[in-house]
Design a protein around this ligand. Structure first.
Ligand code: SF4
Ligand code: SF4
Length: 465
């Protein structure tokens, strides 16, 4: 039983041909999942609490005076766990995202949509915070449905009003913590205290995200997973008959029966459907809407306990096993392929990160002619560009390593003092008597970071007529 827009009780049952949360006239069939208790709920609540704590704590924790995670969009830099990344390191994102993406593929191939049910931010905040507020203020499923269908009493209006104030506050807090990943917390607190007119951009973003989150958690809810998220649609191509999924043991459960009739173990109590946050009936098989939340497992185990039957009519198992065949290997070719591709991405990213330089330097020949003649001497002009990629100020010394006899180097600025993430450039004039020049030859300029003592050698060519 659910509540439809017309306020009538809806006897419609989930089927495989329609989306249960959308009515035939296109209106929303708003769900009121029932409360459920069990071992998976205990584990989920623990994971949700830890993940929410991490989300809140990360912008507050500091390493070397900076937030553990800080994306400085205007400066095009990122500070991650004590490492500084500039826009020149952006290519690393490709390997990191590839590694994480294939990592998720491995998890899905092994355990289906465990990510969606246990760790996706949508589930974590909806189940770990917003639904809890709703249940606290509006009671269990039946009380919520009855109140919604009943008249607008003072009690109903007060409960709804308070709920939405808390929903808005929760959305506001999550949006501002999200902003703290981009604006350091102390600055963000200043921004919040000041007039919105002084920080229109930050204010606009915070209001935008608050509105999006409020809309999502107060009303849109499971539609985000069903309609918007592309991951659910990938599911069917990532899993196979050996993937551990949540399923109903048809061989044991059928034929369903109520009361004293003889039959399988399923008593058709409908409890597994009532607790489902996407409104599906797991007994019809694995469906795109299933987010792997495990509510139906705990719900059915509760029923099995009550009727004195073994738990596990709805459980984690492979499709092969549900069909009565012996379960096959967990580690299959597709798992190894995803694992290999994921590891390639992560290993390349880790190698690239560990071999990153604390500064970047290059030498560029001046535009136009590669050389000029001045008072019987050949002149080459280069510009040395240095970027400090570390989070500390440093001095960079420029020197010529292999000056041949007769070659003169004039550098107006032989060293550069650069702030953290600052950059600078210095011209280098190279002179050689016209009579000594025979053919182009290489020169090696070294740029040394005084802080780390590390040098970078730049090869340039001296050219003449
Ligand atoms: S079918 Fe079960 S696991 Fe899937 S979303 Fe519904 S309750 Fe969660
Ligand atoms: S909770 Fe278990 S017994 Fe009840 S309908 Fe679902 S599968 Fe059948």
């Amino acid at each position: 039983m659910t509540e439809n827009r017309t306020g009538r009780r809806d006897k419609r049952r989930p089927d495989l041909d329609t989306v249960y949360t959308i009515n035939a006239d296109g209106s929303r069939n708003f769900l009121h999942p029932a409360d459920v208790r069990g071992r998976w709920q205990v584990l989920k609540n623990l994971i949700f609490s830890i993940l929410i704590l991490i989300y809140v704590a990360l912008p507050l924790l500091r390493i070397g005076g900076r937030s553990v995670i800080h994306f400085d969009l205007p400066g095009r830099n990122a500070y991650l766990f004590g490492l500084t990344f500039t826009n020149q390191d952006f290519y690393l994102m490709f390997f990191v995202v590839t590694g994480i993406g294939f990592g998720l593929f491995v998890v899905t191939a092994l355990w289906g949509r465990i990510w969606c049910g246990f760790a996706c931010p949508q589930t974590v905040f909806l189940e770990g915070l917003f639904r809890k507020i709703e249940r606290w203020l509006e009671g269990p499923r039946i009380a919520r449905i009855r109140r919604n269908l009943g008249p607008n009493t003072a009690d109903k209006i007060a409960r709804k009003l308070f709920k939405h104030v808390l929903f808005l506050s929760g959305s506001y807090a999550i949006a501002h913590i999200f902003l703290a990943y981009f604006i350091p917390m102390d600055e963000l607190l200043d921004v919040i205290r000041q007039s919105p007119k002084e920080h229109m951009s930050a204010f606009g973003w915070s209001m935008f995200w608050t509105a999006v989150l409020y809309f999502n958690f107060a009303w849109f809810r499971e539609q985000t997973c069903i309609v918007i998220c592309p991951y659910g649609r990938l599911q069917s191509s990532l899993i196979d008959e050996d993937t551990i999924i949540i399923g109903y043991d048809e061989l044991r459960g059928e034929p369903r029966h109520k009361g004293v009739e003889e039959g399988g173990d399923c008593i058709d109590c409908y409890r597994c459907v009532e607790v489902c946050p996407t409104g599906i009936d797991i007994r019809a098989g694995l469906q795109l809407e299933c987010i792997g939340c495990s509510n139906c497992i705990d719900a059915c185990d509760e029923i099995m306990n009550r009727i004195g039957k073994p738990k596990g009519l709805v459980r984690y198992d492979s499709q092969r096993s549900f069909e009565g065949q012996p379960r096959q290997r967990l580690l299959r070719p597709r798992v190894f392929i995803y694992l290999f591709l994921g590891l390639v991405g992560l290993v390349v990213a880790l190698l690239a990160i560990s071999s990153r330089e604390s500064f970047h330097a290059n030498a560029l020949r001046s535009r136009g002619m590669p050389y000029s003649l001045e008072n019987g001497r050949v002149r080459n002009l280069y510009t040395i560009h240095v970027q400090n990629k570390s989070d500390r100020a440093s001095t960079y010394m420029i020197d010529l390593d292999n000056a041949p006899e007769g070659l003169e180097m004039i550098m107006p600025q032989p060293s550069m003092n650069l702030e953290s993430l600052g950059d600078g450039q210095s011209p280098v004039f190279l002179y050689l008597d016209r009579s000594s020049y025979v053919e182009p030859f290489p020169l090696y300029l070294s740029v040394t970071d005084s802080l780390t003592g590390r040098s970078k050698v730049l090869e340039i060519m001296f050219r003449g007529p």
